[in-house]
Design a protein around this ligand. Structure first.
Ligand code: HEC
Length: 134
């Protein structure tokens, strides 16, 4: 009789454990980083090529403090789409007007001055990522 009780308890225990395992719901799948339901976009590769040559020396981690306060390309993916759109517009404006890269940098690195075509690439990209307000 004692043996039967032990077996019964063992059986109940196994059923209980099995039901716990089967009821275990998987963790929520992690969502990609989103801002207000819109996904932030990385800088397009053709613009990044220009930036790497002409901008990141100052505007990315380890660059110029003042420059990074205005624009830190290393944090780009953390910006909201609205902020990215605004910064892209500023980049287009500064490059088209010849204000960026700054004069001292231009004098020392004349081959890193974005050409008109390159400025146009930045501006076309800036236009393409503007956030449409509904
Ligand atoms: C030699 C360092 C240097 C380089 C290279 C450089 N910048 Fe800058 N940038 C600065 C500094 C410093 C400031 C802050 C200027 C100020 O406050 O007057 C700045 C400011 C800016 C701003 C903010 C302007 C404003 O008034 O809001 C933008 C946009 C910008 N840079 C874009 C660029 C782009 C695009 C490039 C590459 C084509 C570039 N910069 C290359 C140093 C640099």
């Amino acid at each position: 009789m004692k043996k039967a009780i032990t077996i019964t308890f063992a059986f109940v225990g196994i059923v209980f454990l099995a039901s716990m395992i089967m009821n275990h719901s998987p963790a929520q799948p992690s969502l990609p980083s989103r801002n207000n339901g819109k996904v932030s976009k990385p800088i397009s590769s053709n613009v990044m090529k220009i930036a790497e040559r002409s901008c990141v020396k100052c505007h990315a981690e380890g660059g110029n403090g003042m420059a990074m306060m205005h624009l830190n390309i290393s944090n780009w993916d953390k910006f909201s789409p609205e902020k990215q759109a605004g910064k892209a517009k500023d980049m287009c404006k500064m490059v088209s007007k010849g204000k960026m890269p700054p004069k001292g940098f231009r004098e020392k690195n004349p081959d890193a001055i974005p050409t008109k075509d390159k400025a146009q690439i930045i501006c076309d990209w800036a236009t393409s990522i503007q956030v449409v307000k509904k």
